[in-house]
Write a protein that binds this ligand. Sequence first.
Ligand SMILES: Cc1cc2nc3c(=O)[nH]c(=O)nc-3n(C[C@H](O)[C@H](O)[C@H](O)COP(=O)(O)OP(=O)(O)OC[C@H]3O[C@@H](n4cnc5c(N)ncnc54)[C@H](O)[C@@H]3O)c2cc1C
Length: 441
Amino acid sequence: MRQLRMAILYHRVIFQLVVVMWEERSRDEIWDLIVVGAGPAGLFCAASASGGGRKVLVLEKKRTPGRKLLISGSGRCNLTHDGDPRSFLDHYGEAGRFLRPALLGFTNRDLVAFFEERNLSMITMEGGKVFPETQKARDVLDVLLAECEAWGVEIACGKAVTSIVKSADEFLVACGDDAYRSRILVIATGGRSYPATGSAGDGYRFAEALGHAIAEVGPALAPVRIRDYPFADLAGISLPGARVSIFRGRKVKEGAGDVLFTHDGLSGPGILDLSRDIWAGDLLRVSLAGLRKKEEMERWLLARSEEEGGRNLRSVLAELAIPARLASRVLELLEIPQETKCASMTRRMRIDLADHLSGFPMIVEAVGGFDLAMVTRGGVDLMEVDPKSMESRLVPGLYFAGEVLDVDGDTGGYNLQAAFSTGFLAAERIKKRLAEMEDGR
Ligand SMILES: Cc1cc2nc3c(=O)[nH]c(=O)nc-3n(C[C@H](O)[C@H](O)[C@H](O)COP(=O)(O)OP(=O)(O)OC[C@H]3O[C@@H](n4cnc5c(N)ncnc54)[C@H](O)[C@@H]3O)c2cc1C
C-alpha cells in the first residue's frame, strides 16, 4: 500500500515538473484551438472552427499538409458518394450508428456544395463515386488550404507532436523542443495505413496517454495475397460485380463487387470492402462468371452441350463474359483440353467447371499490411467519445476527428466523407465551447 502511494506521489511530482517546464517553454502564447494533423479532417475542422478572430493552429508532422489526401483515389480523390445521406450509415459496419449525427449533420450534399461554392465542381462517376471535375486531389487540398488561410488559421508543417498533456484548464502540446498551449485540442492524426504519408498511429498513443481506450487496430480496405496463386500472369484482369464468399469452416460473409487480379492475389472494391473480415488461411470463393450459382451454371453448360455440341467450349465460355485468357487458364487448371467441344464435355468436367466458375476457390496467404491498406480499422474507442460533438467523454476540451477514431468505411468516398463530417461536427461544438469560455460560463 505504502509503495503504491509512493508511486502515485512520484508520478504526480513528475507530471507537475513536466507541466512547469512546458509552461516555461511556451509562456508567451495560448491558442484557442490546436489541431494535430493537417489531413482532411484536421484542416476542415480548423477552418470551420476558426470563425475568424480565433487563434487556431494546425500542427503537421510532414513538411507539407494533406499527403494522404493527395494520393486518394489514385490522385483523383473520390471525395464522397452520391445518393441519400441516410444510405451512408450502412457503409461503416457497426460504427454507422456512432457516425449518424456527423454524417447527417454535414452530408455528402453539404460537402459537394462546400467545394462547388469555392469553384471546384464535382462529377459523379461509375457506381456513384463523386470526384472533383478536374480529377485532381491537389485541387481539393488547395481549396482546404485557401479556406484555412481565409480564416487566418496557422498551419505549422514539419512539427511532429511528441506528447500531449492536459493541465487544469489547458492542453500542453510538445513537438520535440517546442511546446504549445491551447484551450481546446483536436486529435486528427489519421490511422496507421500508408505510414509514409505521416499517419503512423501517433494519435492512438496520445489518446491512450490521456486515458482513452484504443480498439485493436489493423489494416482495412486491403488487398489479399493468395497461396499458390495461379493467375499471376493475368494481373490487371478485372471481374465486374463478382460474388466473393469467405469460408472459415463455414461461410462467414459474402459480398459482391469488382474484383481485380494482381500479381500475387486479389484487390478491387469487391475484395477491399470485405477485407476487414478476411483472415489468413480463409477460403475465398470468387465467381468468375457473374452471379450464377453452381446448379444454374451446370444447367447452362448442359443446355449448351445439348444445343451446340459442335461448338468449342472456350467460345461458349466467352458468352459468359469471362476474359479469354482467364477461361483458358481455368480449363488448364481443371485439366480440360483447350479444344474440347461442348458435346464431348464429360459429366465430371461439367461439374468441375460449374463449381469453379461459380466460385473459384483460393486460400488466403495474407491480408495486406499497413503499407497496402487504404484505411485502418480500430482506433479511439467510440464508447468514450460523444457522437453528437466528437468530444472526449473523459477529457473536457479534447476532440477527435477522422480516421483516428474506430471508424472505417467502404471504398467509394465513404472514408473522406467521414473525415469531413466528423471534423465539421467537432468544429461546430468547439465554436460554441470557445464562446462559452469567453462569456466566462
Ligand atoms: C492510397 C489511398 C487511397 C485512398 N483513396 C480514398 C478515396 O479515394 N476516397 C476516400 O474516401 N478515402 C480514400 N482513402 C482514405 C482517406 O484518404 C483517409 O481515410 C483520410 O485521409 C483520413 O483523413 P484524416 O484527416 O483523418 O487523416 P489523414 O489524412 O491520415 O491525415 C492525418 C495527418 O496527421 C498527421 N500526423 C500524424 N501524426 C502526427 C503527429 N504526431 N504530429 C503532427 N501531425 C501528425 C499526418 O502527417 C497526416 O497529415 C485512401 C487512402 C489511401 C492510403
